[in-house]
Design a protein around this ligand. Structure first.
Ligand SMILES: Cc1cc2nc3c(=O)[nH]c(=O)nc-3n(C[C@H](O)[C@H](O)[C@H](O)COP(=O)(O)O)c2cc1C
Length: 296
């Protein structure tokens, strides 16, 4: 494990590290449109895979594998699977949204530097189903945790990731020679990007909006009312603004430390002074350098 990837011992990270973790989460994007042709170093890819491999897993099963797909012809075949699946999905979409659905860019299979299929080997700990006797699907969820670790680490490295799920699973398994007992969980387009968009593409194109978090919090039982103080705190933090971070200011391990920009200082989540942060960022939004984004 590279030294730069280890956390200090103690109750929590220091402020800079903590802010970096939140920044990765809040500025992570599903990338489809902004891939460049730049290659990804194996050093970087190895760090991302290590991050994925340190995900939690039921019974410490580690059910994942990572199929790295670089071959252009194979990727073109995967893209054909996507195009076919999209045509099959289209009639299921509400009639008034079909035209918009057609316009959406929903993959970057051929434009990205490489693709990765993350799979779940459902028989990896056959005979020792710790945590899976009653809930056999926990191995699938564990693999999703690995996907998320990969995605967040990629954001910190300035690498874009786009998840393509509009693919018929059996056809993908045949194409990648995936055995019966192994389930493809995520087909990812991975590459350097020209930008990380400030909002989800589907929000930008009017497909959906982030739901208000306070509407999703329940108390004690499903639909249980309560937790008013927590909900109002959530609503207050909701208004924090964050910048779109230029690609040349990627946060990556082993890069020389620099002074935080005004925006990063304003974003400092540990300060808990979110109103001030919002105001500071709003005052810079007009400059055009830091388009502001509302974290919802
Ligand atoms: C399980 C899963 C499957 C997804 N499948 C696709 C997909 O097939 N095509 C696509 O463009 N985006 C896909 N996405 C990305 C979502 O559209 C995206 O996460 C969401 O719109 C929010 O945007 P953000 O990730 O940029 O915050 C998928 C995301 C997840 C978690």
């Amino acid at each position: 494990m590279p030294e730069a990837m280890t956390a200090p011992v103690g109750d929590g990270f220091d402020q800079v590290a903590r802010d970096a973790v939140y920044r990765a989460m809040f500025t992570r994007r599903d990338v489809r449109s902004h891939f460049t042709s730049e290659a990804i170093d194996d050093d970087v890819l190895a760090r991302l895979l290590l991050a994925a491999h340190h995900a939690p897993s039921v019974g410490f099963m580690q059910p994942w594998n990572f199929i790295i797909i670089r071959n252009a012809a194979r990727r073109a075949e995967v893209r054909d699977l996507f195009l076919a699946a999209r045509e099959q999905e289209l009639p299921e979409i509400e009639a008034e949204r079909q035209a918009l659905y057609r316009k959406l860019k929903l993959e970057g299979i051929c434009e990205s530097a490489l693709n990765i299929c993350i799979t779940c080997d459902r028989e990896r700990s056959k005979g020792s189903p710790l945590g899976r006797w009653h809930n056999p699907e926990m191995d699938l969820y564990s693999t999703v945790c690995a996907v998320q670790n990969f995605w967040l680490a990629a954001r910190a490295e300035g690498v874009g990731v786009g998840w393509v799920s509009i693919i018929e699973a059996q056809a993908l398994k045949r194409l990648l020679a995936v055995p019966d007992h192994v389930t493809p969980i995520a087909y990812l387009c991975v590459g350097r990007v020209s930008q990380f968009a400030p909002k989800p593409d589907l929000e930008t194109h009017g497909w959906g909006r982030r739901l208000p978090l306070s509407d999703l919090i329940m108390s004690e039982t499903f639909c249980g009312q309560g937790e008013a103080p927590l909900k109002s705190t959530v609503a207050r933090l909701n208004s924090v603004a964050a910048p779109a971070v230029p690609v040349d200011q990627r946060v990556a391990p082993a890069v020389p430390q620099r002074e935080p920009s005004k925006v990063e200082s304003a974003l400092s989540l540990s300060s808990r002074n979110f109103d001030e942060a919002s105001a500071s960022l709003a005052s810079q939004a007009g400059s055009g350098t830091w388009p502001s984004m509302v974290l919802k």
